[in-house]
Ligand binder design. Sequence first.
Ligand SMILES: Nc1ncnc2c1ncn2[C@@H]1O[C@H](COP(=O)(O)OP(=O)(O)OP(=O)(O)O)[C@@H](O)[C@H]1O
Length: 592
Amino acid sequence: MSAAAPRRRDLAAWLLRHTRGLLAPLLLAIVLRIVGQLVGIALLVVAVSGVIRATAADTAGAVGSIVLPTVGLLVGLALVKAVLRYLEQYSGHYVAFSALASLRRLFFDRLAPQSPAATDGAASGDLSARATRDIDRVEVFFAHTLPPATSAVVVPLVAVVWTAVVVDPVLALVMLPVLVLVVAVVPFLSGRRTWRATEERARANGRIAQHVSDSVAGVREIVAFDHTTERLAGLDRLGREAARSAERVGTVAGVRAALVQVVQFGGLVVLLLVGAARGAEGTVGWPEVATAIAVLIGIAGPARAVDGFVADLDASFASAARLFEVLERSPVVSDPEPAVAATSRDGGAPDGAAVRFTDVEFTYPGSLEPTVTGVTWSVPIGAHVAIVGVSGSGKSTLTSLLARVWDPQSGSVHLDGVDLRDLPLEDVRSRVAIVNQRPFVFGRSMRENLVLGAPDATDEDVASALHVAALDEVVAALPQGLETPLRERGARLSGGQLQRLALARAVITDPEVLVLDESTGALDPATERTVRERLAVWAGGRRTIVEVTHRVDQVMGVDRVLVLDRGAVVEDGAPADLAGADGPFAALLARV
Ligand SMILES: Nc1ncnc2c1ncn2[C@@H]1O[C@H](COP(=O)(O)OP(=O)(O)OP(=O)(O)O)[C@@H](O)[C@H]1O
């Protein structure tokens, strides 16, 4: 994760930077709110002054001539306030939801190049919580922070200045400390502790999301191994942790809200006493005192908004910090700078190698030992090579380096004579296709899953890919054929069908290099034979196939075999030669 936790000021600047285009509607929301709240105070003042003037009138006619225009003015102000409120809410939420949409886009945009470091085997539940719940929480920052924060300062100030000028400066002076306490002091009491508890609550919620998503994904194992009680106990424990931090946040928020009330009502009492004293001196009359009280009551709501949003704002910043962590992480691999034009497949390496590893060394982040060490190896264009070796010897890692999922710390990997780091990533992705051990399918139709990497594929391309993967007959037997809906993770497919779909999905992209990472292991021997034969026809000596497998007996027909042991090449040659030698490959064969 990121080195240092960002400060709130940095987070606010960061959020605004990513949503710069929304500043105009945000400003509009602020202005509308300020004007609307001033109109609200005016409503109170007009009503109070109307009542005072009416009580002073001595005839029914005089009362009517005061009340009727006052009521008319009140109705007019109320309508204006209602329209302003609607427009403020509209623009505020327009800003908030547009900001959320762009943060969501940004989240996936930044996450993709961090894969697999940030995603593999990692907290997918926690990541989902960040992409949904945390982004939603940031809404508070846009819709419920800047407008109320600005109006909480501006509206009371305007009202107090108006009181000083129009009503009485001493009464206005009494209001000032109340405002300072309510807007600038009480809401920030115990801020650091609450912020820490809020951050902890956000992290605890992330852990709960992770626990639940693991439990759902692993429900079969949980039931099979009778692990339900332990999972529930784990969930309870996480729930209690989240509740403890929520309680700390809630307690402080409650105390602060009570203090704000005390200060505001205390202010009213003081204003009344000062007003009475000045009334007794004859400096001001009761109408002025009543007007000042109306103003203080009118600004109570806008001023209290600061305390109202501070707790939510903490939660919003805690969520923003969790987003920041993901969005600002460096990508694992990135495009070359300046961008290099994609090389054509006719360019070719001078030595005719489709793939060349030169003294490659690679250590996973956080690992102490290198997983791949000193690997020098090349694969001729059009060859079918196999990588074998015991479990954990680094076979899959080697294919990840070949597809530039990772970059080696030293040495280089060349595709058609060009260092992978000098090729645009898009180019590498389109020229090298990997079929993983655990392919993922989306909850869409079989066709949509098949053409994932080749959205413009024709029916002919689809039919040919299905044929290579020996999936044509399977699809033909399905009542809905290719339109058969699949469930996420391929729940409606057998393991072998899933592998063949993944193979067809790679073949249809017409890659130069096809990497098969134990991707036929779930096929029955007859189907596997068919797939191998068809793949050979498809490759036609032009496309290169790199296959990782444990089934060493199946690789006797390939052109070359690379034997890995603890990340190093221990043998490299034609399978028949290696089988005849008394080396590691022969030893692996003997174990079959
Ligand atoms: N993302 C990762 N982070 C840290 N270590 C990893 C990661 N992926 C794999 N490893 C480690 O690297 C080593 C080689 O793993 P790799 O998957 O490349 O081996 P393999 O030969 O393909 O194994 P298998 O035949 O079991 O699939 C293992 O010790 C593994 O634990």
